[in-house]
Design a protein around this ligand. Sequence first.
Ligand SMILES: NC(=O)C1=CN([C@@H]2O[C@H](COP(=O)(O)OP(=O)(O)OC[C@H]3O[C@@H](n4cnc5c(N)ncnc54)[C@H](OP(=O)(O)O)[C@@H]3O)[C@@H](O)[C@H]2O)C=CC1
Ligand SMILES: O=C(O)[C@@H]1CCC=N1
Length: 269
Amino acid sequence: MDLAHLNDRGLVLVGCGRMGGALLQGWLARGLAPKAVHVIDPKVPGWVAERGVSVEGPGPADPAVIVLAVKPQMMGDVLPSLSRSGGADRLVLSVAAGVTLAAYGRAFPGAPVVRAMPNTPAAIGQGITAIVGNDQAGAAALDMAESLMAAVGRVVRLTDESQMDAVTAVSGSGPAYVFHLIETLAAAGEAEGLPADLALDLARATVAGAGALAMHEDEDPAKLREAVTSPAGTTAAGLAHLMDPETGLAPLMRRTVAAAAARGRELGK
Ligand SMILES: NC(=O)C1=CN([C@@H]2O[C@H](COP(=O)(O)OP(=O)(O)OC[C@H]3O[C@@H](n4cnc5c(N)ncnc54)[C@H](OP(=O)(O)O)[C@@H]3O)[C@@H](O)[C@H]2O)C=CC1
Ligand SMILES: O=C(O)[C@@H]1CCC=N1
């Protein structure tokens, strides 16, 4: 992160909820000066002012970056009031689902704009974010966006904005699918007679351990699955249901991701 540039010109964060708050914590942990950040939010969380972040007044006149972290449905209300904040060279970085680079381009004519799609493991520095910029976003703007998002985890660059709705449906929404997997695995354990707290403990630790193993040396998940599956054993009996081509997880996940991606496209209209 180019701390000197940001500390000098300032950064405006619009929306300090779950994602904006996680980003702010990541930036402050990386050494961004609290006074360099100006937060706009109708209900700024108490810890923000306590850390010395600016929450009152007009904010910096010529910020280096404006970060948009409000709901996509709020964007239409928020953008008109911001379009004259700062000069033409300030980076506009948005984490909102759906809203297109063209829409930001209309609100900030000529400005470098980067769309980013993080996910909630950002709250513990283990997010993954995909970024894509408009034609005005050159190497410096993309590097700045990447370094801001890297404060909360890994960053990958997309080759085309058209990939963003699928990314949102896979990694942006994906943590919710995984949390639901934990819920359903625990509930199934309970149905087999386990106490609720033990079932939840087992399910949570299994998903966390399996996730860590899947990341370990980039193991192929299919090989990891096969390593669990003894011929004619318990896992094979379970997977016969989970991998059923008609009723199993694959067609369900296909519908799940398709619905999320379709909603992203709707939000962008
Ligand atoms: N949560 C997630 O997993 C992810 C979210 N995103 C994106 O991040 C964005 C924010 O989502 P999330 O953090 O979950 O939502 P939150 O509701 O937690 O945060 C949004 C914040 O914006 C505030 N707000 C509302 N109106 C305004 C306004 N006019 N000006 C400034 N701030 C305003 C809200 O205040 P109030 O609550 O008082 O209305 C709230 O504090 C969304 O666009 C979403 O698509 C992207 C990836 C993952
Ligand atoms: O549900 C949503 O719309 C946002 C975007 C990805 C995760 N949460």
